[in-house]
Design a protein around this ligand. Structure first.
Ligand code: MSP
Length: 646
């Protein structure tokens, strides 16, 4: 199959921001996804460079329009790779081949009688660069720009859009997927329930010279939409380039709701007048607001994608945008929300799963994918295979429907299941079980096989992290050529293949709030300490005598004849030995590298012949059946060994 996916071509009167980045990211993710399905894909973006707004922007900078458009177009072009967005083609409306194609199309449509000359008077909105109908005005102003349109009366050329109204209604009704989500399809059908007016497609050169001259009347230039929309054709070599043949029938456009009408009404009717088959699908998304407010230069809350990537990394930004927005609805952006997603979904859920699983394969299976004991699968194993297969199916349906957040939800459900699978199957216990059956190997195989599938389905969304996952799994080369049909199923990993631990994918980030709390808490605590002196309570001063520190476990070993005790070598920051009664709950090699909290100023004590200098803190509970559980107290994010705990 072929796929042709496009973004709007962006006006060069503004620098790339979060909104542009989102649409382009969606198109990039979809193009990567369709490649994963084995499609031959063409992905196009670009810049829209004619019109009054551009002339004004250039003038305000003291540049010529040509210098100005070259500069800003370049900024757009260079922004996309920073987000790992890789279009196959970047089109500019000032390219000579585009100008020629626009003129050829205008001539053809004019010759067949679908463009005529007439006088027009109406409400012209400079922001929209078009005449608004009476119905569109709200209290006499343009609802999008909150400005009163200019009353203009002039002679112009018009496209007979009304001729194609009935055809368009019929086409939309017959093809429920033509415009999605459904709310936008309904909006278009409702607009089409009224008679459609013809479309003004020119500007006199007395008012605008920065445009494409009409081939049949040099006193006029084209109106922006009849120029801009045609980029989708010129980019693939219309009318006789080989790519046009190949890709046009597969065309899918992604836009936000602001340019629904040009794409859902002007464009299909123009295509129909040209005698071409309609595009395949139009995908319409909502707006990104910032902290619940519209993003705008004057408010000063415009989010620049480059800055976000610098702060949070490309995969976090991509994941956040796709996971957070329900495609079609508006969403609110905040950095707190980015950090929350990063820490919970990426660091905790995915990152931990990845490093725990591969560390254990290294430790217990010598870094090789082990064999499965197929005859001895448990219900847990079968549930995992089943959930993995269901996840792949749900993922495909939702990626195809542009409901990326739902596709990711399905992936994260499986990640949760895998984290629970580790806890319930406790490989560290299986590793010490006396009858070393094949169970440990099976569990480790299930984990590596699951990671392989995760690396595959996450590739369109987080190409960099998925690449790191694939490299750690020793599949860098094979992954690049893998498709969902060949690799998106259970049981592909060959036992015996080498895997390595790989990097930490997503280190936790500190939240702004967390950075503030220690100060606030300190104040509160000292007030509390002054006001209480009840029995069993200690004063702030008393508590202050306890020296708590973060310590890194650098070695751990069992102590002979003491089945409850482990001898720990800790760095805090100098090395010291501490004896801890945790042998029932932790295996020595699981502990190395953990950062725990210790009481550092405890008097030394000798336990089973070992001098212990300090005490490790842990939390303990009993479950309903009286079984004790203990977990070590650790720190919430990475911090230097020896740091004071206050
Ligand atoms: N040049 C026209 C499009 C011509 S396409 C043949 C244009 N350009 S634009 O620079 O204004 O880009 C509009 C598009 O930018 C939206 O449709 C959307 O893709 C993106 N966004 C701009 N602001 C946005 C948000 N605040 N939120 C989400 N996307 C938004 O219109």
């Amino acid at each position: 199959m072929t796929t042709y996916i496009t973004t709007p071509i962006y006006y060069v009167n503004a620098m790339p921001h979060l909104g542009h980045a989102y649409t382009t990211l969606v198109a990039d993710t979809y193009s990567r996804y369709r490649r994963l399905c084995g499609d031959d894909v063409r992905f196009q973006t670009g810049t829209d460079e004619h019109g009054e707004k551009i002339v004004q922007a250039a003038e305000s900078e003291g540049s010529t329009p040509r210098e100005y458009v070259d500069r800003i177009s370049d900024t757009f072009r260079h922004t996309w790779p920073t987000l790992a967005i890789e279009p196959d083609n970047f089109i500019r409306t000032t390219y000579p081949e585009h100008i020629k194609t626009v003129q050829d199309i205008l001539q053809k449509v004019y010759d067949q009688g679908d463009i005529y000359f007439s006088e027009y008077s109406g409400h012209y909105c400079k922001g929209c660069e078009r005449f608004l109908t009476e119905k569109e005005l709200v209290d006499g102003t343009c609802p999008d720009h909150q400005t009163v349109p200019e009353e203009i009366c002039e002679q112009n050329y018009f496209f007979r859009m009304s001729t194609y109204q009935d055809w368009l209604i019929e086409h939309i009704k017959k093809n429920p997927d033509y415009i999605t989500p459904e709310r936008y399809r309904n909006e278009v059908l409702s607009f089409l329930s009224e008679p459609l007016e013809d479309l003004c497609i020119s500007r006199p050169v007395s008012r605008l010279t920065w445009g494409i001259p009409l081939p049949f009347d040099q006193k006029f230039v084209t109106y922006v939409w009849f120029d801009a929309l045609i980029n989708y054709l010129t980019g693939i070599g219309y009318p006789d380039g080989p790519d046009f043949e190949k890709y046009w029938s597969a065309a899918e456009h992604v836009i936000a709701k602001d340019i629904l009408k040009p794409h859902a009404i002007y464009w299909p009717t123009m295509i129909q007048a040209m005698g071409l088959p309609p595009y395949k699908r139009l995908h319409v998304h909502g707006y990104w607001n910032v902290d619940e407010t519209k993003m705008s230069k004057s408010i000063g809350n415009v989010i620049r994608p480059g800055e976000l990537v610098e702060k949070y990394g490309v995969d976090t930004v991509r994941y956040f945008l796709l996971r957070e927005m329900s495609f079609g609805l508006d969403s609110s952006f905040s950095e707190e929300a980015v950090i929350a997603r990063r820490n919970s979904d990426l660091a905790n859920d995915l990152g931990n799963l990845f490093s725990r699983a591969l560390t254990m394969v290294g430790k217990y299976a010598g870094g090789k994918v082990p064999k499965v004991d197929a005859a001895a699968l448990t219900d847990d194993d079968r549930e995992l295979i089943d959930s993995m297969e269901k996840m792949i199916a749900t993922y495909r349906v939702n990626m195809d429907a542009f409901t990326f957040h739902k596709a990711l939800q399905a992936v994260w459900e499986v990640i949760g299941l895998l984290n629970r699978y580790i806890v319930t199957n406790a490989p560290w216990e299986l590793a010490t079980a006396p009858d070393k059956s094949g169970r440990l190997d099976t569990v480790l195989y299930f984990l590596t096989e699951s990671l392989r599938i995760l690396a595959l389905v996450l590739r369109p969304v987080m190409p960099v992290a998925a690449g790191k996952m694939a490299a750690a799994l020793g599949m860098e080369d094979t992954m690049a050529a893998a498709t969902l049909d060949t690799a998106g199923k259970w049981g592909v990993f060959e036992p015996g293949m080498s895997v390595n631990k790989g990097p930490q994918l997503f280190p936790r980030l500190e939240t702004k709030k967390k950075q503030q709390t220690p100060k606030k808490q300190k104040k509160k605590k000292s007030r509390d300490a002054e006001s209480v002196d009840g029995e069993g309570l200690i004063t702030f001063d008393q508590f202050g005598k306890v020296e708590l520190r973060v310590a890194e476990i650098v070695a751990a070993e069992k102590i002979k004849k003491a089945d409850k005790l482990l001898k720990l070598t800790l760095k805090a920051p100098r090395e010291r030995t501490v004896v801890a009664g945790i042998a029932k709950y932790y295996q020595p090699d699981e502990l190395v590298g953990k950062k725990v909290i210790i009481v550092a100023n405890l008097k030394p004590a000798k336990l089973m012949g070992v001098t212990s200098r300090g005490m490790v803190l842990a939390a303990k509970e009993k479950d309903g059946e009286g079984v004790e559980r203990l977990v070590l107290s650790t720190v919430d994010a990475d911090i230097a060994a020896g740091s004071r705990v206050a």
